[in-house]
Design a protein around this ligand. Structure first.
Ligand code: G
Ligand code: G
Ligand code: MN
Ligand code: NA
Length: 254
């Protein structure tokens, strides 16, 4: 209850920071980042989203918080376009079901793009399988309008939900994200390796991009590369970092 009260205040005053986690192709070609929120609580220090996102979902605070995140991510994209080492990077933003199902979702996204002057072609929205579980027609309509502006859509945590292949076929997605639970033991568990390989093949045959999450070691990276996965995100490349450190990491990679 105390945390909830603090969260209400934090949302009112925008008391959050975005961290950025690098996404690469090949061994080290930076192509983008995922924005991951952090809450610097005045007394409790940095609170992980694993702790407050569920509370934000329950209370509905995820909706205003989600708008704060998207607007700040778009502002970051505009700043990136102005610098050589970051121009052209995409930025992936997690969108929760509750935010996506707002009747004015599309309108608000377009408003934020206009207001910030961010390039929609650099923005990717990450949805999860549970977000896409109902009212497929309505979901597709929303996605289509935003895709016409150039926004991309990624399916986050792919393989952990229950989306059918029929869904996958109909949804206008751009990218599948192989969940980190399949990457963790990919070297030792043949089932995980088979799943990772299958997701890569599936993405390829559906004309989708694919990125592996949670890559922590060079061995995992090599293994995934050999089974055909072209893009990666994980601690091996970079942790989620505050903006200054994220940009410093990029400069060192050039
Ligand atoms: O960033 P990781 O560091 O600990 O995030 C933990 C969980 O919180 C993940 O499931 C992640 O998807 C979620 N999360 C992190 N940042 C955001 C965000 O900006 N919006 C939403 N909706 N979820 C987020
Ligand atoms: O749910 P979502 O996929 O949006 O959130 C990504 C989560 O994965 C965040 O909590 C992020 O901090 C975490 N993460 C990113 N890279 C790694 C990694 O290499 N290993 C582990 N264990 N977690 C990671
Ligand atoms: Mn994500
Ligand atoms: Na994920």
């Amino acid at each position: 209850a105390e945390l909830e009260r603090d969260l209400v205040k934090a949302v009112e005053t925008g008391q959050f920071v975005l961290y950025y986690q690098l996404q690469v192709r090949g061994p080290s070609w930076p192509v983008g980042a995922e924005a991951l929120i952090r809450w610097p609580h005045p007394e409790r220090g940095l609170i992980s989203p694993a702790e407050f996102i569920p509370l934000a979902e329950e209370t509905g605070l995820i909706v205003p918080l989600g708008w704060w995140i998207l607007e700040n991510a778009c502002r970051q994209l505009v700043a990136w376009e102005r610098k050589a080492e970051t121009a052209g990077l995409t930025l992936s933003v997690n969108v929760s079901a509750r935010q996506f199902y707002q009747p004015d979702f599309v309108e608000r996204v377009l408003e934020i793009l206009e207001k910030t002057e961010a390039d929609p072609r650099r923005l990717k929205l990450e949805l999860t399988e549970s977000t896409l579980a109902s009212d497929l027609g309505g979901i597709i309509d929303k996605m289509r309008v935003l895709k016409q502006r150039g926004i991309g859509f990624a399916l986050d945590d792919f393989g952990t939900g229950y989306s059918s292949l029929g869904y996958l076929k109909r949804l206008p997605l751009d990218e599948l994200k192989i969940d980190q639970s399949f990457v963790r033991d990919v070297l030792t568990d043949p089932n995980d390796a088979a799943i990772a390989r299958t997701i890569v093949a599936l993405a390829e045959s559906l004309g989708l991009q694919v990125i592996a999450e949670g890559v922590e070691t060079p061995e995992q990276w090599k293994f995934l590369a050999e089974l055909g996965c072209p893009a990666y995100q994980g601690y091996y490349f970079a942790r989620p970092l505050p903006i200054e450190q994220f940009e410093e990491t990029l400069r060192q990679m050039l």
